[in-house]
Write a protein that binds this ligand. Structure first.
Ligand code: FAD
Ligand code: DHB
Length: 398
């Protein structure tokens, strides 16, 4: 890499330091390929942004192979299952039994990002915070470039052999692909998730996905002393409209059981609302430009696939770049979009099904409500249906 003021030359220019961009930089470093990462926000913002919590087995394996596992293996919580709760009864699903030994890990996206940032700053190439990509030029040529602007208003350019846009749903990378070559597939939902962090030990050892006539609730966790809970709320809800007491009352109602078990209350330290969207952008590549993670696809959070899909993309692009450097063949790079989209559509299907299985639709008829319960009943009473869900939840092959 060479830099002269704001004119930078490297092999791979990466836009975005979310989990996708950070992990890609790490994988490329391990493959001996230079990269430069630019990120619009500051380090603290990226490290504190509350999002995903569940890492699939394959994601955990990749982080270990990338040497980004030290703290994860100490602090991450291995989970062997989840429970479904409906009609006031809890139904456990045990993943290792159903999947031949697979499980998931609870280790927050914030912590994955902190670990990768600290490794990148210590061992990797440049990671420039508060540096916003304005656009990608020459995407369809062997010399693509990224125009950027720094916080002080100065502008510059990264000249690269490849650009990977890991800049999330609101990023600029996608715009460099001519509209006539693109197809977007999208669905929005009439509800959002109100998410809280609370300083109280998790009320249950395993995650609980609760279907209730009042709406969906999810009980997750971040550590033995911090709980992460979600409530289905109407789209457009403002988190400030919910008092702490209302949130606990609602969680208690939606998670009521006949066995006397109850959600434990504690101080709420953070509240936010997440809209729900399904979105896929095709193709995920154009010439020397590759899209990875939320820049190319969004899933509704039910089933926890977003971060894991982003990991799948960057593993695929890193492998393809390594293949190109080592053999001169760009076969894998050319297959990138098709390869990723197969996995992406499986995750889209799973997340859509999980969302529809568990959320109450304000417009559903009593007949549709009964069908929803029948679907849940079928899953928890039929080994093949349980296995299908457990295999998808613990992760599609990378
Ligand atoms: P992002 O994390 O969005 O990162 C993109 C980065 O690019 C950002 O840092 C952004 O600032 C930067 N950027 C954008 N534009 C520019 C620009 N022009 N120039 C420079 N930088 C730019 N997924 C799971 O797998 N498991 C879960 O349990 C889970 N739970 C979730 C719960 C919630 C409440 C939410 C909201 C999401 C959840 N997800 C989950 C989804 C997951 O968080 C995302 O899929 C994941 O963040 C995608 O990573 P990414 O790196 O592709 O994108
Ligand atoms: C979490 C988020 C999810 O979307 C999910 O399905 C499970 C857990 C979480 O943030 O812990």
């Amino acid at each position: 890499m060479s830099t002269s003021s704001n004119d930078i030359k490297t092999t791979v220019g990466i836009i975005g330091a979310g989990p996708a961009g950070l992990l890609l930089a790490r994988l490329l470093l391990r493959a001996g390929i230079e990269s430069v990462v630019i990120e619009a926000k500051d380090r603290e913002y990226v490290e504190q942004r509350q999002r995903a919590g569940i890492l699939e087995q394959g994601t955990v394996d990749v982080l270990r192979e990338a040497g980004a596992h030290e703290r994860m293996d100490k602090e991450g919580l291995v989970h062997d299952g989840v429970e479904f709760l409906f009609n006031k009864k809890r139904y456990p699903l045990h993943f290792p039994t159903l999947t031949g030994g697979r499980s998931v890990m609870i280790y927050a996206q914030t912590e994955v990002c902190k670990d990768l940032i600290s490794l990148q700053l210590k061992e990797g190439g440049p990671l420039l915070f508060e540096t916003k990509a304005l656009g990608v030029d020459g995407a369809n040529t062997p010399n693509p470039s990224i125009r950027f602007e720094r916080k002080d208003g100065s502008t510059g350019t990264i000249h690269a052999d490849y650009v990977v846009a890991c800049d999330g749903y609101w990023g600029v990378g996608r715009e460099a692909i001519p509209k006539e070559l693109c197809q977007d597939y999208e669905r929005t939902y009439p509800f959002s998730w109100l998410g809280i962090l609370a300083d109280v030990p998790p009320s249950n050892d395993e995650l609980i996905y609760a279907r209730h006539p009042r709406g969906f609730a999810l009980l997750s966790m971040r550590s033995p002393t911090v709980s992460r809970y979600y409530l289905q709320v109407p789209a457009g809800t403002d988190a400030k409209d919910w008092s702490d007491e209302q949130i606990w009352d609602e969680l208690e109602k939606r998670c009521e059981t006949t066995d006397g078990w109850k959600v434990q209350r504690g101080p709420i330290t953070q509240k936010s609302v997440t809209p729900m969207r399904s979105f896929v952008h095709e193709p995920m590549a154009y010439g020397s430009l590759f899209l990875a993670g939320d820049a190319a696809h969004i899933v509704p959070p039910t089933g926890a696939k977003g971060l894991n899909l982003a990991v799948g993309d960057v593993v695929t692009v890193a492998r393809a770049l390594k293949h190109k450097v080592q053999t001169g063949s760009d076969d894998l790079l050319r297959a990138y979009s098709e390869t990723c989209l197969q996995r992406v559509w499986q995750a889209e299907r799973f997340s859509y099904d999980m969302t529809n299985l568990l959320h109450t639709d304000p417009n559903a008829t009593p007949f549709e409500d009964k069908l929803q319960i029948a679907r849940l009943q079928r899953i928890v009473s039929t080994p093949s249906a349980e296995t299908d869900l457990a295999l998808a939840y613990t992760g599609f092959p990378l």
